[in-house]
Design a protein around this ligand. Structure first.
Ligand code: AKG
Ligand code: FE2
Length: 382
């Protein structure tokens, strides 16, 4: 098992994470609430947090509710006192945007290995969303089988506790679908042995099983489906991230998603003028992004690299903001590499028939002009 960890997954001691104040506060708060005799630090508030019920299934996930942070901690304490059980089921605080809720706390710094992160760079730029989460749950809480948003990478750092990960390489998920094509909810469930329901289960390989201890960070490659258990009470930081090395996987996924939407509503194709537009709207509601937004995403990443390379700060002190600091840390060669990757995907996108069908007025820029600009910038570098 250790060999698997070393070969596949980048496990890093979290001294690189520079966890500081807020998380320590949250951790202390949890300790305080769970074991009042242990800690004198008190940190709890009315902050609303998303909480999933791991004991209930809703489609292929768990139903979620929003509750005040301290109510969740109170629940957690009772759950432990009750021998890790509760009539409310097993609740799991997950996908909490703690960093976004409390930016002034600068709770931790993303390790440099994971800092080429275009997904969060884009969402930070348009100030709409991010993919930086805190998870905390009691022993027994778990996350059903899935692959991450946009087929991004993820990294997950255990602040305390222990997780068990079951990971399947890309493609194996096809054997883990039921006879209607739906992905399994729990790959360990006995129902998967039923050949009538899961006809190809026998063909699936055994999953990689990884135990992640406190202080370890796990890297999950793009497209690896996984299911995760908290073996003991656990707190972790999880980010989804994406960059020039897996951008092509995201673009491939978007094309597949659009094709599958097109197949679904094929029968209405000739009955409506805006059929292609509708396909984009449906795709956005299913996956979170459409071709127009993907183009804006590429534009943001390219523009950030081009202005960084133009200004080329000589030392970190000249960096105006967080982003410039991160680009500086990675260096100009990295920015040049990024630009080449964007160019490659942008060229593919501009020759895509569905992209050509987009109403140009829905884009805030002229793709052909941007393409020329990126080509020119890349030519100057090479
Ligand atoms: O820790 C968990 O419960 C799930 C984490 C996960 O799926 C991820 O980081 O990609
Ligand atoms: Fe995940």
């Amino acid at each position: 098992m250790r060999i698997c960890k070393i070969i596949l997954l980048c496990i890093v001691e979290y001294q690189f994470l520079k966890v500081d104040q807020l998380l320590v506060n949250v951790y202390m708060c949890v300790l305080n609430m769970l074991y009042p005799q242990m800690a004198s630090f008190y940190y709890a508030d009315e902050t609303p947090v998303p909480v999933a019920n791991c004991s209930a299934k809703e489609y292929n996930s768990n139903p979620k509710q929003i509750m005040p942070f301290k109510e969740f901690i109170q629940y957690w304490r009772e759950y432990i006192q009750n021998g890790h059980s509760s009539p409310k089921g097993c609740l799991y605080l997950k996908d909490w945007h703690m960093q976004r809720n409390f930016p002034e706390h600068n709770s931790y710094k993303t390790p440099i290995y994971f800092s080429s992160d275009w997904l969060n760079e884009y969402w930070d730029t348009i100030e709409v969303d991010d993919y930086r989460f805190v998870y905390m749950g009691p022993k027994g809480s778990w996350t059903p089988f899935h692959a991450d948003v946009f087929r991004s990478y993820s990294w997950s750092a255990n602040i305390c506790g222990r997780k068990k990960w079951l990971l399947y390489p890309p493609g194996q998920e096809e054997f883990l679908r039921d006879c209607h094509g739906n992905l399994a909810y729990d790959v360990t469930a006995p129902v998967l042995q039923d050949k009538g329901l899961y006809p190809q289960f026998e063909e699936a390989c055994q999953p990689l099983e990884i135990i992640q201890e406190a202080g370890e960070i796990i890297f999950v490659p793009s497209g690896w489906h996984h299911q995760v258990y908290n073996l003991v009470d656990t707190i972790s930081i999880n980010h989804n991230w994406l960059n020039g090395c897996n951008l092509d996987i995201m673009w491939q996924l978007l094309q597949e998603e659009l094709s599958s939407v097109q197949r679904e509503i094929e029968e209405w194709r000739d009955t409506m003028d805006s059929w292609h537009q509708h396909c984009q709207v449906i795709m956005k509601s299913c996956t979170g992004i459409d071709y127009g937004e993907f183009a804006s995403f590429l534009k943001t990443i390219a523009n950030n690299r081009m202005s960084f390379l133009n200004s080329c700060p000589r030392n970190a002190g000249n960096c105006q903001d967080h982003l410039a600091e991160s680009l500086f840390a990675l260096g100009p060669q990295h920015a040049a590499f990024d630009l080449q990757r964007v160019l490659h995907i942008f060229e593919s996108m501009l020759s895509n028939e569905d992209f050509k069908r987009l109403d140009p007025s829905t884009l805030s820029f002229k793709p052909e002009e941007l393409l020329q600009e990126i080509r020119e910038a890349v030519r100057t570098i090479v």
